[in-house]
Design a protein around this ligand. Structure first.
Ligand code: HEC
Length: 218
């Protein structure tokens, strides 16, 4: 009896959107969310309609508040290769889908489920690395190209900013992490390597003790 009631209630929820899971929404989720939200990933799975549907309201909340996907780097400071932030259109589509009753759609449109296990290249494999501690600026003895920054020992909730002061006076803001969260403990890859000449002073500003691990190439 109870089961029949639940099914009926769901079937009668008015659908007021043309956006569907199988056409638009699964594609956004696979691209932006599934790297963590999959079976065996770092968060509960969202890779099927049945898994995602109960989370619809929460998904709306999280993307409107820009809490998901977690990223942390403040926009406009540094240009990162794999910035997963949703575009305004993607947010609009997710919200529109949820508010329109989160319909499933026709299964023929469903894209193949994403495969995992092919983890992105980890920054620790890119050598050598520089470690810069907060309050202890480091001056480069030779030119380097910074390829990635990984926050280190950064306490939850704190903020960290990494800045390069070049010898010609140019100031390059490399990254700014605000209200740090443990899940941002990852390598932030620059879209293009940031060339820093010899004599550049790299400083980490943080309220709490913290450090930045900078992966460099030539
Ligand atoms: C880098 C990993 C990562 C990515 C990418 C990611 N999430 Fe999450 N998400 C998490 C973690 C970790 C949690 C907390 C998991 C838990 O409590 O089990 C979470 C929690 C959530 C929650 C539950 C929040 C609550 O109410 O507690 C929702 C909803 C969510 N994510 C939606 C999304 C959506 C939608 C996307 C893509 C736009 C996304 N996430 C991308 C890691 C991620």
């Amino acid at each position: 009896m109870g089961l029949i009631g639940v099914t009926a209630a769901r079937a009668h929820e008015p659908i007021t959107t043309k956006l569907t899971w199988t056409q638009e929404i699964s594609r956004i989720i696979y691209k932006r969310c599934a790297s963590c939200h999959h079976e065996g990933g770092t968060a509960f799975s969202l890779t099927t309609y049945d898994e995602a549907r109960p989370w619809a309201k929460a998904i709306r909340e999280e993307v409107l508040e820009r809490r998901m996907p977690p990223w942390g780097a403040v926009e406009g400071v540094g240009a990162f290769r794999d910035d997963p932030s949703l575009t305004a259109l993607e947010i609009e589509m997710l919200v529109g889908w949820v508010e329109g009753g989160a319909p499933e759609g026709d299964a023929v449109y469903l894209p193949p489920a994403p495969a995992f296990g092919t983890e992105a290249k980890s920054a620790s494999s890119a050598k050598p690395r520089l470690i810069v501690e907060a309050g202890v600026p480091l001056t480069l003895r030779e030119a380097v190209a910074a390829v990635a920054i990984t926050p280190r020992d950064t306490p939850e909730g704190s903020s960290m900013e990494v800045t390069a002061y070049k010898p010609d006076g140019e100031v390059e803001h490399l990254i700014w992490l605000r209200h740090y969260r443990e899940e941002w403990n990852r390598a932030y890859w620059f879209r293009d390597p940031v060339r820093l000449p010899a004599g550049t002073r790299i400083a980490v500003d943080a309220i709490a003790p913290a450090a930045a691990l900078i992966s460099v190439g030539r």
